[in-house]
Write a new protein. Structure first.
Length: 185
């Protein structure tokens, strides 16, 4: 079972399919929050307000296609994983096009009885990426602590003449530039 909490946005227009997918996700993930939408405006709203870790979408929706949902998701966050669970993608070319468009994977609804088995490796990839992001966040946090400690040290140095004070000022400005460059990335 996956123990990292996941927030999943599910784009599905059939209530029974949404319930079945939610059930199977609940069997795989210990702490799970799912929001269900069935149109593009709702998807866009939830992307901004709910900020999911993963989007799962049907391919055929009442007012748009799954590719529209995928495009909107990738415009919001190009790195946000997106999985199709659909009964529509039967031909290999259409399946390949979904992957080329940026989908992380797809599962056919005819395999709903194997949904947990099919979702598990995809969810593990999502969790691995979240874990990696947490590692990066922790490194950034530690770097900020070090930078603050450097500032404190620089502030504690008693500059005895104008040249030393000017050099300390330049060092602080260089540190600020490095911090700004990191924030831009």
């Amino acid at each position: 079972m996956i123990t990292i909490p996941l927030r999943i946005l599910l784009a599905e227009d059939h209530k029974t399919d949404a319930e079945l997918i939610s059930y199977h996700l609940g069997q795989l993930v210990e702490t799970l929050e799912i929001r269900v939408v069935d149109n593009l405006p709702q998807l866009n709203l939830e992307l901004q307000n709910f900020v999911p870790d993963l989007v799962i979408s049907d391919y055929n929706m009442p007012t748009c296609t799954g590719l529209d949902m995928l495009k909107a998701t990738k415009e919001f966050d190009a790195n946000l994983p997106f999985i199709f669970i659909t009964g529509t993608i039967e031909d290999e070319e259409m399946a390949a096009n979904t992957i080329l468009a940026g989908a992380s994977g797809f599962i056919l609804k005819k395999n709903m009885h194997k949904l947990q088995e099919k979702l598990n490796p995809l969810l593990k990839r999502v969790v691995f990426n979240i874990s990696q992001q947490n590692v990066v966040r922790e490194r950034v946090r530690k770097n900020k602590i070090v930078v603050n400690q450097i500032y404190q040290y620089l502030d504690s140095i008693k500059a005895e003449n104008e040249e030393q004070r000017e050099n300390l000022k330049i060092i602080k400005e260089n540190i600020d530039e490095i911090e700004l460059d990191k924030d831009d990335k």
